[in-house]
Design a protein around this ligand. Structure first.
Ligand SMILES: Nc1ncnc2c1ncn2[C@@H]1O[C@H](COP(=O)(O)OP(=O)(O)O)[C@@H](O)[C@H]1O
Ligand SMILES: [Mg+2]
Length: 462
């Protein structure tokens, strides 16, 4: 499981690091980070360049220690504070003497059990301090946090609020709640959702999808649904079962692979995050690798969650060598993350052309299962018609089902939609729409090739 921030600090203190830089992704988290630090070091000295050095006990300021404003004087004092937190000290550390003062203090701390924390929004590391990113609240922290904040305002806590807020920073959660509570103490979940989406808009290659489909809305995926239902227990730590890792959904276009990802997230009540792998590739050397790191660490912060990588062959398939090996490196990075990940991030790859995927990707151990989502049989097509036909129309469903052998559900859905727009006589319009050529009729070889691939590698869903 994910370690908490307090545990990360404690373990570095115990290991004699002497100090650490904590990087805040959201500057508003400073307060929350200080609160957690106060849980580790009950009493510490706090410095910023305006207020100088102060003593803080249980987060309450006692008398100013020395009020010392100059960082060098704080660091070079004959008896520096045992536990010291510096807020945004980086500009002052550009002075060589002050930078040296920090190194000296680190030596003193290593010998004497003291600890210094640099806390700031500045992303650059501070040598020689170990760098730690201030994490997003865990699901458990989020639940407590939401109850605490809404409790202060006398507002009731909607069951869905912690799940909607998952993945936001502590300050982001608080801001979202402040905006979403009305005068009567009711929380507007839509306001929370919009705040969350806005947060993820900062990363163009990652988006949060609100599931619009459940397994009940999809025809012919019962086998997959049963698998998902039974494996869901693996997310319960008490079960002693391994945490589900991920699946590949392979099959022709329009068979519901992308929608299944939504249904999985809805089934497990987890957020669904989509990684646009095409948008990961940047213009500059190293940029793509950085982006994939950023995306994967954000997904881990959102955990437990479902991570959808749609049409994965576009990035990981053969024939996508863009440039000096960047796509191979990004693929490698993703796959090694997948092999080593411990956070409950369930990955769903979908592919319309699985035959081009690298063998390393479909190796057992990285994924739990490969499902082949094939073209629907008669029974399933009937169900597709039932889902999409408007209830008031009268058509011979069995005849329509007969005529759509080899059609994907998406093709059937779009024929029905065309017929509804087509003319006043729905039956006639549907008749015309069903005379089209399906993709399978147009290119049977490519699908047959995929089906033999699937027989070799995966399970065929029913
Ligand atoms: N099994 C199904 N049952 C009902 N509708 C389906 C099914 N499969 C696909 N569809 C419809 O077809 C559309 C395209 O599905 P999508 O998930 O994008 O297919 P894929 O990702 O396999 O190409 C969906 O919006 C959905 O409405
Ligand atoms: Mg799709």
């Amino acid at each position: 499981m994910t370690t908490t921030f307090a545990a990360e600090i404690e373990s570095r203190h115990r290991a004699g690091f002497g100090g650490v830089k904590v990087r805040l992704d959201d500057a508003g988290d400073e307060r929350w980070a200080l609160r957690e630090l106060a849980g580790v070091f009950e009493q510490f000295a706090l410095w910023d360049c305006v207020r100088g050095l102060r003593d803080v006990k249980n987060l309450r300021e006692t008398a100013p220690t020395s009020g010392q404003k100059k960082l060098l004087d704080v660091l070079a004092a004959p008896a520096p504070p045992k536990f010291l937190v510096l807020l945004d000290p980086e500009p002052w550390l550009e002075d060589p003497r002050t930078a040296r003062g920090l190194k000296n203090l680190l030596e003193i701390n290593r010998a004497g059990g003291g600890f210094v924390v640099v806390l700031s929004h500045d992303p650059a590391p501070v040598a020689p301090l170990d760098l730690l990113d201030y994490p997003r609240p865990t699901p458990e922290q989020t639940r407590r946090h939401v109850a605490e904040i809404l409790g202060q305002w006398g507002a009731s806590v909607p069951d869905a609020a912690p799940r909607v807020l998952a993945g936001l920073s502590a300050a982001g959660q608080e801001n979202a709640l402040a905006l979403a509570v009305d005068a009567r103490g009711q929380v507007d979940l839509d306001v929370l959702r919009r705040r969350k989406e806005a947060e993820f808009d900062r990363l163009p290659h990652l988006s949060v999808i609100e599931p619009s489909k459940t397994f009940d809305d999809l025809a012919g995926v019962g086998g997959l649904r049963d698998w998902v239902r039974s494996r869901g227990r693996g997310f319960d730590e008490q079960s002693g079962l391994p945490t589900p890792r991920g699946v590949l959904l392979a099959g022709p276009p329009g068979t519901g692979k992308s929608r299944i990802a939504e249904a999985v997230a809805a089934e497990w009540q987890m957020p669904l995050v989509a990684l646009d792998i095409g948008a990961v590739f940047g213009k500059y050397i190293g940029e793509s690798e950085g982006r994939i790191d950023q995306a994967l660490s954000l997904a881990e912060r959102l955990a437990p969650c479902v991570l959808l990588v749609d049409e994965v062959e576009r990035a990981f398939g053969s024939g996508t060598e863009r440039d000096g090996g960047t796509s191979a490196r990004v693929t490698g990075k993703f796959l090694s993350w997948l092999g080593a990940k411990t956070a409950p991030v369930f990955v769903i790859f979908t592919s319309n052309v699985p035959t081009t995927l690298p063998p390393a990707m479909i190796r057992k151990g990285r994924l739990d299962e490969i499902f082949f989502v094939g073209l629907p049989d008669t029974e399933t097509r009937k169900r597709v018609f039932e889902i999409y036909l408007p209830p008031e129309v009268k058509v011979d469903v069995n005849a329509a089902v007969e005529r759509t052998e080899g059609w994907s559900p998406a093709e059937i859905e779009s024929a029905i939609l065309d017929a509804r727009f087509g003319s006043d006589n729905f039956s006639q319009a549907l008749d015309a729409a069903l005379s089209r050529t399906s993709l399978y009729e147009a290119m049977p070889e490519s699908l047959d090739e995929m089906i033999s691939w699937a027989r070799l590698h995966g399970r065929v869903t029913t």
